[in-house]
Design a protein. Structure first.
Length: 405
C-alpha cells in the first residue's frame, strides 16, 4: 500500500488547508474509508489502534466497547477530535459489540487473559479479526485460540507488530530476503526498559493474569528470534527473578509477583541457538538484535532515554563476502509517534490490504503460538530451575502446522 509524495498523509493532516472546498483539494484531498472497525478494549493499546486506524485512512471507527466507563470516556474524547464527523457507537455488552452488522472487522485489545473469552464470542461472527499479542496467556488457551482462528470464516491477524519496527524490518530484508549474512547460526535479542506501566486493575503485575512477563511482554522478541532462527524451538533454559520492581506493591491485598529480569536460551530443531536478555528497571529503553551467519553478522538496535527521541541503528558486517555498512532506519515522525515507533501503523496498513484482497500474509497462527510456547517454557524453566523440553508442555501428538488462517 505504497504512497507517492503527491498522495501523502502529511498534506491531508494539515489544518492549514481547511479553508479549501473539496473541489479545490488535490494534495490535501481526504480519502473515504472502505471499512468500519469495532474496537473491543479502549485502554492505552486500544486507543493506539484507533489512532492508527484513522491515520492509515482505510477504515473508520464504527463502535467501541469496554466494561470500564472511564476508558470509554477517554476514547470518545479522543475520537471527537480525530473523527469528528462520525461518533462511534457504544455497546452494552461484548456480544452486542461483536454482532453489530455495521462493522466489518473487530480489533481485540482487551487484557491478555481475556483474549480466549473474547475470541469465543468474536469468532461466532463472520467479521475479520485483529487480535493483540499475546494471543493468550497459557499454552492450553493459545491452542484453543489458534483453533478458533483457524476455523474462522474470515481473516484473523495477530498483533506481533515488532516485525514492522524500522530496525527489524531492515533486518528481515538483510537476513531473510537478501541473505546477506548467509545461513543463520545464532540469534540474540535484548530488551532493557522501564517497568510495566499502570493498567486498569493493575493486572499486568501478576503472573496469574499475564502468564508471566516472559509471555506478556517478551512474545514479541521470541517471535523475532523464532523468525530469524527459521526452525521450531525444542528446548528452553531460563533464569530470572523479581529483583527491583513492585516488591512492595499490593493490589486487592495481593503482592505483585512478576519477574523483572531474565536470561533465556533456546535450542532449535535446525541447530540454531537463540538467546534473550530482559531487564525492566532502567531509565529508558534499549532493544538489540544480533544475528550471526556463516557469511556475516547483523546488529540492529533502538534506544531512548525516557522522554527523548528514539535512535535507530543497523550494522551489517560481511568482511570479504560483500558490502558492510551502517544505516539509521526510520519512519516519518507522525508515523513513528503514532505508537510503538511506527510498527502499529504498518501492521494496520497490512490489515487494510488483507481486508481489501482477502489474502492474509502473516504472522501465521503457528508463529503466534510458538511465541507463547517459548515464553511459557521459559517461565516454567525459572520455576523448576531446569531445562524444559517443549514437548513436555504440549499435548501428545501436537502439530502447530495444523493451524492455518
Amino acid at each position: 500500500m505504497g504512497h507517492r509524495v503527491t498522495d501523502s498523509r502529511v498534506f491531508r493532516q494539515r489544518g492549514a488547508f481547511a479553508y479549501l472546498d473539496d473541489e479545490d483539494r488535490y494534495l490535501s484531498a481526504q480519502t473515504s474509508p472502505d471499512f468500519k472497525f469495532g474496537v473491543i478494549g479502549c485502554g492505552m493499546m486500544g486507543r493506539e489502534h484507533m489512532r492508527n486506524t484513522l491515520l492509515v485512512g482505510g477504515a473508520s471507527i464504527g463502535g467501541i466497547f469496554d466494561p470500564t466507563p472511564k476508558s470509554i470516556d477517554h476514547a470518545l474524547k479522543m475520537l471527537a477530535k480525530l473523527q469528528p464527523s462520525e461518533l462511534p457507537k457504544t455497546y452494552g455488552s461484548l456480544e452486542e459489540a461483536c454482532a453489530d452488522p455495521d462493522t466489518d472487522a473487530l480489533i481485540i485489545a482487551t487484557p491478555n487473559y481475556t483474549h480466549l473469552e473474547v475470541m469465543r464470542v468474536a469468532t461466532k461472527t463472520n467479521k475479520a479479526i485483529f487480535l493483540e499479542k499475546p494471543i493468550a496467556t497459557s499454552v492450553t488457551d493459545a491452542i484453543e485460540v489458534c483453533r478458533l482462528a483457524a476455523n474462522h470464516r474470515n481473516i484473523v491477524r495477530v498483533g506481533l507488530q515488532y516485525r514492522h519496527k524500522a530496525v527489524y524490518a531492515e533486518a528481515i530484508t538483510e537476513v531473510l530476503e537478501q541473505r546477506n549474512i548467509g545461513e543463520v547460526c545464532s540469534v540474540n535479542m535484548l530488551e532493557h526498559r522501564f517497568p510495566f506501566l499502570d493498567k486498569v486493575g493493575q493486572w499486568n503485575k501478576f503472573d496469574e493474569y499475564t502468564g508471566g512477563a516472559l509471555v506478556e511482554k517478551c512474545c514479541h522478541y521470541f517471535d523475532l528470534i523464532n523468525l530469524f532462527a527459521g526452525g521450531i524451538p525444542e528446548q528452553v533454559f531460563a533464569s530470572g527473578s523479581q529483583a527491583v520492581n513492585f516488591k512492595d506493591f499490593t493490589h486487592d491485598n495481593r503482592r505483585a509477583d512478576g519477574l523483572d529480569q531474565a536470561h533465556v536460551v533456546i535450542n532449535f530443531d535446525n541447530g540454531v541457538i537463540g538467546a534473550f536478555s530482559l531487564c525492566m528497571f532502567v531509565p529508558g529503553s534499549r532493544e538489540e538484535l544480533i544475528v550471526c551467519g556463516d557469511a556475516g553478522r547483523l546488529h540492529a538496535s533502538e534506544q531512548a532515554l525516557l522522554g527523548e527521541q528514539n535512535q535507530n541503528r543497523v550494522e551489517l558486517w560481511t568482511g570479504e563476502n560483500g558490502v558492510s555498512r551502517i544505516s539509521t532506519p526510520s519512519y516519518p515522525g507522525y508515523i513513528a509517534n503514532a505508537g510503538h515507533h511506527g510498527s502499529t501503523f504498518f501492521e494496520h496498513v497490512a490489515f487494510i490490504e488483507e481486508l481489501a484482497t482477502g489474502e492474509y500474509r502473516g504472522p501465521s497462527l503457528a508463529e503466534a503460538f510458538w511465541s507463547i510456547a517459548v515464553g511459557a517454557a521459559a517461565q516454567r524453566s525459572i520455576t523448576e530451575r531446569a531445562l524444559v523440553d517443549l514437548s513436555d508442555i504440549l499435548p501428545v501428538g501436537f502439530d502447530a502446522s495444523s493451524f492455518s488462517s
